[in-house]
Write a protein that binds this ligand. Structure first.
Ligand SMILES: Cc1cc2nc3c(=O)[nH]c(=O)nc-3n(C[C@H](O)[C@H](O)[C@H](O)COP(=O)(O)OP(=O)(O)OC[C@H]3O[C@@H](n4cnc5c(N)ncnc54)[C@H](O)[C@@H]3O)c2cc1C
Ligand code: SF4
Ligand code: SF4
Length: 1012
């Protein structure tokens, strides 16, 4: 049985999608079956409200934003019901994610071919709702072309199957020439209306004259009346044999006509394996429009565009900066041209001819071409797909805004249309970002506008209006794939004329006379510049809470240093903090499931709960810190006299975050929730005090330092069940976990002793070891092993004077303390550590605080010193790789042996450095087979997994990929080859032990075991 959640957390989390709009809904429901949807339809009618069907919530035009009840089907309508290999179709529930469907279809050699850049989280229901398509629409068309059947609930609560029916079949159901008489039956009226239009010459002519070019592949503007009646007015056929399939008009109807509960789609065979991407570099945009027309003559399966702005932004994104390898020079635009064929020779020959045509012409359309093959192709597409997300990572209030981002005209008209468009932009004094599906004449055009200012808002409307006029002039479509929603609905009348618009209004009235489904979308929309996320002259509720806008991190520095053209920077620290939250554009990459991979976002992955996704966190932070208690979501709140920082909703979203930094690298908009979380936690503690547990965890190293003086006693107390349970209960840790015990001597002492013995045997330079607080007290043996390894390899080793890294304090939001550690460490190490004498760490999260947090934690005057130190603070594997590159460490230093290593990377390492270097370091052992476990976060995340209320979630996260992979691996291991599970993170190793009983080792221990 469903519940309608009306609490502020749900209402805020569902007040936006990936558009510029925000409207707080009355409630949110998660129906479990069709019957629940029927109840919801009845409830909506009774309460005189409307239902907003929602899937992944990645719509860009505000389709799933409204004041009714948001009905999220992504949680329970996730089943693939049937796959028919022979007939090549699949029957699915609407909440099935596109990439997950295609993973399930792969063994059958089939796939669902319309794709979107959001394929890893958008659902088939949402694709149907928006008539989505993607880079390969040139070949595969849009969702409308692939939906065979659908089932849905109409506004009167009846269930209907929509598929191809002949007029004869409909007459059998409703009676002979049923469209000539009136009826009380809703579904009959729906067919009647369309048949009447199709049989009326004047209406047909009206539609033909006013709809976009028939040969335009991308048309998602307004209701597709032309498509649904196409066969009905096919006079070549006898009337009773003509057909109608309502799916044609339901595709792109944006949840305004019916609630879909099942969809049957046709499937395509997997494309041939042999493919190649030619990346054609143009020095002007205009040349890329012309280059596209040349490329189209060579039968490409896709031609996509990326302009200089996107390429620049990709430099600043941790994930995408790795995918720019194909860029040569400083192109104004790159055309990505995908070619397919049966053999490599065949496509190479085609590419030769294509490149010749592009480069050897009078206009010199292209100055360089790079070819990409095999698995590298996915990196090119990953960069291209991240484009839209990257755009919102532009720092400051001015953003490449989604307003005219979806226009499509016939490709041959594109050069002229673009020339007119550029002139219009010049008149409005605007610059623009260009990218995406150029092959089909669709470009995502994003003018850079600050809609927080009146002038910007005026331009927002003006550019929409003038573009609509231009698209009409070129007989294009205002929306090619993103749909109308509340953004473009206002201009449909202008695009199609009054009479066609009236038909569309009549269509909505006929389907939904009771006004149950997604009101004010497509037709009768509100003004496109109303209900926006940002208000003119936006004030921040949090301003009152922060004494003089004081923040603990230096948020502004990144804005000051951002070199991207058009970036407006930040006025002060508070503004920079708020802009960092507002970076979230709602695109929903943080909704990827564990089947898709990556780390982002474990809290969502394990629960499937939107309120636990990074997006919800950003939405709640934005709403609470901006509007505060004034938000409509808090209309019923009783305790508005207290600080907004004490609100329950804020606590809830911060609490479910593991601070794993998954978002730091994988969110295309660079939303760094780990950092936001610790800043807001400290701000919160400033008004309400720090909980005992957070204090204790952030002071753990101090406790251990004193405990070390009486270590046998400490260990007895920590490991004896009775006493350790007392401590766990006091600080609210799970009694299922063991408190870490202390090493007999610290790493510092052990290493010092060892180094004394080896003083004269070092030749390769000096290494400063960072004795992080975990290794130093709890795993001194590991620290000693690293020192021994380095000594054996010929290095001089020293542990310099330093204090703890402050990692625990950062993760618990004790930033006052973390700042002290950062300042001290920079002061203590700045004159010692250099490129020649780097600081090398064992525990990734600790050494990486030098790189990721310190420069923004220390005072401005220390920033440069901190940045220099950061450059020379290396993870153990980075150091080894550096030395390998210099020829100072080689495979000759290690004994060859057959060994199988299964590596689980630490989240912070994955976010900031990647695991490639650990793999390369382990491959120093000739004969080692290294497998990276495709796990995200292990679930422990520092103290998160120890905390009583998080214990089960923590294990459940481990159970998603990590634990089963380890169990399976060890179960299949043979007796001959040693099989080792390795993890550089101390809490990861503990989690693996607790979850599987397997002792994972640090990669350093493996290298030491095989060093000569
Ligand atoms: C970064 C980014 C890139 C994008 N790239 C592309 C692209 O390449 N191609 C493209 O086509 N789009 C693209 N989009 C837009 C969007 O991702 C797609 O339209 C996607 O298919 C929407 O799917 P969703 O599951 O998020 O649906 P939602 O946004 O949740 O819903 C989409 C529409 O479907 C309706 N709906 C959902 N479920 C039902 C149901 N059960 N019954 C009735 N109606 C329903 C909703 O009411 C809504 O109107 C992009 C968006 C972003 C943010
Ligand atoms: S947090 Fe990042 S990934 Fe998630 S919706 Fe926001 S911008 Fe997208
Ligand atoms: S830090 Fe991790 S848990 Fe927190 S929002 Fe980012 S990805 Fe999610």
């Amino acid at each position: 049985m469903y519940t309608i959640f009306t609490d502020p957390l749900h209402r805020i989390a569902y007040a936006t999608d990936a558009s510029a709009y925000r409207e707080v809904p009355q409630g949110v429901a998660f129906p479990e079956n069709e019957q629940d949807i029927i109840y919801l339809v009845e409830t909506a009618r009774e309460r005189k409200t409307h239902l907003i069907p929602r899937a992944g919530g990645t719509s860009i035009a505000g389709q799933v934003v409204g004041n009714g009840i948001v009905v999220d089907i992504s949680k329970h309508f996730k089943e693939i019901l049937e796959i028919n290999k022979e007939e090549r179709w699949a029957r699915v529930q609407p909440g099935v994610v596109l990439d997950e469907l295609n993973l399930a279809l792969e063994p059958y050699g089939l796939f669902f071919s319309p794709e979107t850049s959001t394929s890893n989280r958008c659902c088939i229901g949402g694709m149907f709702g928006n008539n989505s398509c993607g880079s390969h629409s040139l070949v595969y068309g849009s969702t409308r072309h692939h939906v065979l059947e659908a089932q849905g609930v109409l506004c009167d609560g009846s269930i209907e199957v929509f598929k191809t029916y002949t007029i004869r079949e409909l007459e059998e159901r409703f009676g002979n020439r049923f469209w000539e008489t009136e009826s009380n039956l809703l579904i009959q009226n729906i067919y009647t209306q369309l048949i009447r239009w199709a049989l009326d010459e004047k209406t047909v002519q009206l539609i033909e004259e006013n709809y976009p070019d028939k040969n335009l592949r991308r048309r998602s503007c307004g209701y597709a009346i032309d498509e649904v009646i196409e066969d009905l007015h096919n006079t070549a056929k006898p009337l009773e044999e003509r057909t109608i399939n309502l799916c044609k008009v339901l595709a792109g109807s944006e949840g305004t006509l019916t609630f879909i509960t099942e969809i049957k789609v046709d499937l395509d065979p997997l494309p041939p394996k042999e493919k190649m991407v030619v990346c054609a570099h143009c020095d002007t945009l205009q040349k890329s429009f012309l280059g596209n027309l040349v490329a189209l003559k060579f039968n490409p399966v896709a031609v996509e565009l990326m302009d200089r702005n996107i390429l620049e932004l990709s430099k600043e994104n941790a994930e995408q900066s790795k995918n720019r390898f194909f860029v040569e020079g400083d192109p104004a635009a790159i055309l990505i041209i995908e070619l397919r064929g049966e053999t490599r020779t065949e496509i190479d020959a085609l590419a030769d001819r294509l490149e010749k045509a592009l480069m050897e012409n009078e206009e010199h359309l292209v100055y360089a071409c790079s070819r990409v093959y095999g698995s590298e192709i996915s990196k090119v597409w990953s960069l291209r797909k991240a484009g839209l997300g990257l755009l919102t990572s532009m720092k400051g209030d001015a953003k490449p805004i989604g307003v005219i981002e979806d226009t499509a005209v016939a490709p041959e008209k594109l050069p002229d249309y673009m020339a007119d468009f550029a002139q219009m932009l010049e008149n409005l004094n605007l610059s623009c970002v260009y990218h995406a599906h150029i092959s089909t004449g669709e470009l995502h055009l994003r003018p850079i506008i600050n809609i927080k200012e009146a002038e910007g808002l005026r331009k927002f409307r003006e550019v929409a209006y003038q573009t609509a006029l231009l698209v009409k002039k070129y007989k294009g479509s205002l929306s090619g794939e993103h749909g109308d929603g509340r953004l473009r609905g206002e201009f449909i009348q202008l695009m199609y004329g009054d009479e066609v618009y009236a038909l569309m209004q009549d269509l909505k009235k006929c389907w939904d006379p009771l006004q149950v489904f997604n009101l004010h979308k497509i037709v009768d929309t509100l003004p496109m510049d109303s209900m926006l996320r940002f208000e003119i002259g936006q004030k921040y509720a949090i301003e009152k809470e922060l004494g003089g806008g004081k923040t603990y991190y230096n948020w502004k520095a990144a804005f000051d240093e951002c070199k991207v053209e058009g970036a407006t920077g930040a006025k002060n620290q508070l503004h920079a903090l708020m802009c960092s939250i507002e970076q979230c554009n709602g695109a929903g990459d943080c909704r990827k499931s564990n089947l898709i991979g990556g780390t982002l976002c474990p809290a969502f992955k394990v629960s499937g709960d939107e309120t636990k996704a990074t997006r919800a966190r950003a939405n709640v932070l934005r709403e609470i810190l901006t509007r505060g208690w004034e938000s409509e979501a808090f209309a019923q709140a009783l305790d508005k006299d207290k600080s907004i920082l004490k609100s329950k909703e804020l606590a809830e979203v911060l609490d479910s975050c593991l601070a794993c930094k998954g978002c730091r690298s994988e969110c295309p908009s660079n939303v760094d929730m780990t950092r936001l979380r610790s800043e807001i936690l400290q701000q919160k503690y400033d008004v309400s005090g720090m909980p005992l547990r957070s204090f204790a965890v952030s002071r753990m190293a101090t406790v251990e330092q004193f405990g070390h003086l009486v270590w046998p006693l400490y260990n007895l107390f920590a490991s004896w069940q009775f006493s350790s349970n007392i401590i766990k209960r006091i600080i609210n840790f799970s009694t299922e976990r063991d408190i870490p015990t202390l090493s007999r001597v610290t790493m510092r002492t052990a290493v010092k002793r060892e180094c004394r013995k080896h003083k004269c045997q070092t030749t390769k330079g000096k290494v400063y070891l960072f004795a992080d607080e975990f290794t130093n007290f709890q795993e001194a043996e590991l620290g000693l092993t690293f020192a021994k390894l380095l000594l054996r390899l010929g290095y001089e080793v020293e542990i310099p004077k330093h204090v703890e890294s402050g990692r625990a304090a950062i993760s618990k939001g004790n930033l006052k303390l973390a700042k002290k550690f950062a300042i001290k460490n920079v002061n203590l190490l700045k004159d010692k550590v250099s490129e020649q004498t780097p600081l090398v760490g064992i525990e990734p999260s600790c050494i990486l605080s030098f790189r990721d947090e310190y420069p923004d934690l220390v005072p401005a005057e220390q920033r440069n010193e901190a940045k220099t130190l950061a450059k020379n603070a290396l993870l153990f594997d980075e150091f080894i790789m550096r030395e390998m590159a210099a020829g100072r460490i080689t495979t000759d230093n290690f004994k060859p042996d057959a060994v199988e290593i299964w590596l689980h990377g630490h989240c912070h390492q994955k976010a900031l450095v990647g695991t490639e270097k650990t793999v390369a370091a382990l491959k120093l052992l000739q004969g080692a087979q290294v497998h990276v476990i495709p796990s995200g976060c292990c679930g422990m995340a520092g103290s998160f997994g120890y905390e009583k209320e998080h214990y089960q979630t923590s294990l459940a996260i481990g159970e998603m990929v990590l634990f089963p992979t380890i169990r399976k691996t060890l179960a299949h291991a043979d007796d001959v080859t040693p099989c080792i599970v390795s993890a550089p993170g101390t809490s990861c190793r503990q989690q693996i032990l607790d979850g599987t009983g397997v002792h994972a080792v640090h990669p350093i221990e493996i290298l030491y075991r095989w060093v000569k």
